[in-house]
Every structure is written in structure tokens, then in C-alpha cells.
Design a binder for this molecule. Structure first.
Ligand code: RFL
Ligand code: PHB
Length: 389
């Protein structure tokens, strides 16, 4: 097979890139390891920056999002039973959209289907070749039969554990990493959300987050030790612990029910530089990971795709390679700002037992500053709704 851009990974990055390239008249093939049902069963991010909303709309993906998503003009921060609101709209001039990654991915698949786009599912042993030459190619096997795709460029949209980043020679990549000493235990439940907006809660017992997907579907998280096991967290234990960590009025109001999904994720910050090697581009989680506290993972995937699409469109339209040369530096600037913000939100809101009583007081003081300083609120709001592209 021959195509212009071979895209590895059929998550949000890969599918959105394929859709934008299609709208610019550029051919692509998406090569995904898993089946579509598996990809759509993953419960992940829930908050879209306004810039992501606008880009999804421009890609023809706005209809259901605008109908079913929820526009939130603020978030609540809570600390030891005190709670205050950050008015995102007033402080940063924009709201955010609560619309799950699962729904974004579903819309992306529908758009690819409607456009007759090729997404190959169940590709095993994907390997990338000749990335530093003029004619790269990708090999894999499908139902035991070897396949080959020749292309101009390869887009590595295959997530943190994918093959793309590992295909760059070790000496050519520099990586930066921070692993946090805890994880998040998340529960999805068919119950009405506890309020109209998200609640991020700092507590002596650990961080908690009340989020949502729609009027009948709630998403909650609590900070747990790295060694925590799902078996140790039956639903009743989860709800009890969540109630202890959130403000009393929310704890009294909360409606609980059976968990329809429960999972633990480790928290890490990771960036690989540069994001291009020869004719390979790294995009989204393949290049960087942020802890979910700032709700930035999916949004960074959208901004990487935006820059890469612009670069490839200029190349195919005008023979202009400048955007390809600068893709990595342009994307990384935004990546590092989101990495800093996600690290700061994580550090400010979680419990770090090893930080001692001094660290605890500094955190409390930081939250006090956020409650009382318009400047501090504006800094948070600008980053939370998303920095300009
Ligand atoms: P994805 O979504 O991981 O998609 C990568 C796709 O590549 C496929 N793949 C391969 N295909 C072919 N060959 C290979 N060798 C392959 N290896 C992998 C995978 O099957 C998959 O379909 O990356 P993408 O598209 O860059 O999108 C990024 C977002 O998914 C990610 O940033 C966020 O979901 C991060 N994240 C969260 N972000 C938030 O903002 N809020 C959250 O609450 C939140 N929760 C999460 C998350 C990420 C998680 N992961 C990755 C473990 C919860 C989890 C569990
Ligand atoms: C979610 O709804 O899954 C969610 C929302 C906000 C975050 C992280 C996760 O910061």
C-alpha cells in the first residue's frame, strides 16, 4: 500500500490528524493495534479547553459535542472543608467544555467512516523503517499476513507505550521525567453529578476530584498509594473515602451507586525531545505524559495535531518545509507550559507525606493565596482554559 502520511495509533491524536489531513486533501492510513470496541471502551479525559473545542468544530466534529457537552464557566477548589470557586469565564475570558474523550473518539470514528478513511485495526508487530531517509515505510502483520505501507511521513500517535518513540535511536532523544509517589483510583457511576461544576479537593487524607460526563453519569477520583490494588477498594470503601475528603455539603448531597468502571492510574510527567526525527513526528502521549490533575493530556494531543496538520498542509500545498522543521520547537513550547501547570496543580492539591509539616503549611498557604488573590486565580484560570496556540 502507498499513502502520503502513515499514522500509527487510532486514539484521539491519530484520528484527528487523519481527519484534518483529509480536509486538506492529504491521504493517510491509520494503523491501530487494537479493535475499535477496545479503543472506545477506554475511559479517560473529560475536560476540553476552548481551543480544543474550536479545533474539533473546525474539523467538522462539533455537532454532537455542542448538543451533549456541558459548558462550564468555573471550577471549585476545596481545602479542609473550605471551598471557593475560580470563575474561569471572568478571569480568563473563556469557559471549558465537559465532553468525554470516549465521545470525542466516537465522533472521530464516525467522521472517518463518513469520509471513507482507512483505519486498520488489529495490526500486530508494527515496525517503522528508513525514517531518516526520503522514503520511509511501515510494516505490520494482519491476521498473520505481513503488510507494508510506503509513505512520505510517519506520524507516531501511538501513546506512551507505543512503538514510534522507541523507533528513534536512543542518542537522538532526550527525556525528562517525574514520577509521583501516588496514583488515582477512578470510578464511573450512573448517578447524577454532585454539583454543576467540577470540585478539586485537597485534604489531609489525600486529593479527591468530583467530575462528570453528563446529567446521569459521574466520574470521581481519589489519590491512593502507588501500591494500592483494586481488590482493596470495594465500592462502599471508595464512597466512604471520597465523602471524607470533599466539603461536607457535597458529601451530604452526593448520590452513590455501583461503579460501572473502576481503575487505578499512576501519575507521571514525561517529555521526549525533540518531537521529530527525520520523517517521523511524535504526537500526543507518544511524546509526553502529564498527570491528569490539570486536565491537559487530551488537549495537548489536540494542539500537537493542530501544529502538525498546519506543517503538512503547507508542505503539500506550497512545498513549504518550514513548518516541518519547526514543528518540534513550536509544539514543545506549549507542551512545557502544560507540563509545568499540571505539575503545579498536582503539587498544590495532593498530599505528599514526605513533604512533612512544613510542606503541608506551604500547600495550605498556596490554597489561601488562590482563594484571596485575583492574580493567582487568573494565572490558574488562563492555564486551565488553555493557553493560546
Ligand atoms: P492514546 O489515547 O493512548 O492512543 C494511542 C493509540 O495507539 C495505539 N497503539 C498502537 N497502535 C499500533 N501499534 C502500536 N505499537 C501501538 N501502541 C499503541 C493504542 O491502542 C491507542 O489506540 O494517545 P493519544 O491519541 O495521543 O491521546 C492522548 C490521550 O488519550 C491522553 O493524553 C489522555 O487520555 C490522558 N489521560 C487523561 N487526560 C486528561 O486530560 N484527563 C484524564 O482524566 C485522563 N485520564 C489519561 C487518563 C490517560 C490514561 N492512560 C494513557 C493510561 C487515564 C488513563 C488510564
Ligand atoms: C475527568 O472527568 O475524567 C477529569 C476531569 C478533570 C481532570 C481530570 C479528569 O483534571
Amino acid at each position: 500500500m502507498r499513502t502520503q502520511v502513515c499514522i500509527i495509533g487510532g486514539g484521539p491524536s491519530g484520528l484527528l490528524l487523519a481527519q484534518l489531513l483529509h480536509l486538506s486533501g492529504i491521504e493517510s492510513v491509520v494503523v491501530e493495534r487494537h479493535g475499535r470496541t477496545h479503543v472506545l471502551a477506554r475511559i479517560r479525559a473529560g475536560v476540553l479547553e476552548w481551543g480544543s473545542v474550536e479545533r474539533l468544530r473546525a474539523a467538522g466534529l462539533g455537532a454532537r459535542m455542542d448538543r451533549e457537552g456541558f459548558v462550564h464557566g468555573g471550577i471549585h477548589l476545596a481545602a479542609q472543608n473550605r471551598s471557593f470557586r475560580i470563575d474561569l469565564q471572568a478571569r480568563a475570558g473563556r469557559p471549558v467544555m465537559v465532553y468525554g474523550q470516549t465521545e470525542v473518539t466516537r465522533d472521530l470514528y464516525a467522521a472517518r467512516d463518513a469520509a471513507g478513511g482507512t483505519v486498520i485495526h488489529g495490526a500486530e508487530g508494527v515496525a517503522l523503517h528508513d525514517l531518516d531517509g526520503a522514503r520511509p515505510h511501515v510494516t505490520y502483520s494482519l491476521d498473520g499476513v505481513g503488510q507494508r505501507i510506503d509513505c512520505d511521513f510517519v506520524a507516531g500517535c501511538d501513546g506512551f507505550h507505543g512503538v514510534a518513540r522507541r523507533s528513534v535511536p536512543a542518542g537522538a532523544l532526550r527525556t525528562f521525567e517525574r514520577v509521583y509517589p501516588f496514583g488515582w483510583l477512578g470510578v464511573l457511576s450512573e448517578t447524577p453529578p454532585v454539583g454543576d461544576e467540577l470540585i478539586y479537593a485537597h485534604h489531609d487524607r489525600g486529593f479527591a476530584l468530583c467530575s462528570m460526563r453528563n446529567r446521569r453519569l459521574s466520574r470521581y477520583y481519589i489519590q491512593v498509594p502507588l501500591e494500592a490494588r483494586l481488590e482493596a477498594w470495594p465500592d462502599s470503601a471508595f464512597w466512604d473515602e471520597l465523602r471524607r475528603r470533599i466539603p461536607t455539603d457535597a458529601a451530604e448531597r452526593i448520590e452513590t451507586g455501583p461503579a460501572i468502571e473502576k481503575s487505578i492510574v499512576a501519575l507521571r510527567s514525561f517529555v521526549a525531545e525533540p518531537m521529530r526525527w527525520g520523517r517521523l513526528f511524535l504526537v500526543g502521549d507518544a511524546a509526553h505524559i502529564v498527570p491528569p490533575t490539570g486536565a491537559k493530556g487530551l488537549n495537548l494531543a489536540v494542539s500537537d495535531v493542530h501544529y502538525l496538520h498546519q506543517a503538512l498542509a503547507a508542505f503539500y500545498r506550497d512545498g513549504e518545509a518550514g513548518g516541518i522543521e519547526t514543528y518540534s520547537a513550536t509544539a514543545l513550547r506549549r507542551v512545557w507550559k502544560a507540563t509545568r501547570f499540571s505539575w503545579w496543580m498536582t503539587t498544590t492539591l495532593h498530599r505528599f507525606p514526605e513533604a512533612g509539616n512544613f510542606g503541608q503549611r506551604i500547600q495550605e498557604s498556596e490554597l489561601d493565596d488562590l482563594e484571596t488573590s485575583a492574580t493567582a486565580q487568573t494565572a490558574l484560570a488562563e492555564n486551565y482554559v488553555g493557553l493560546p496556540f
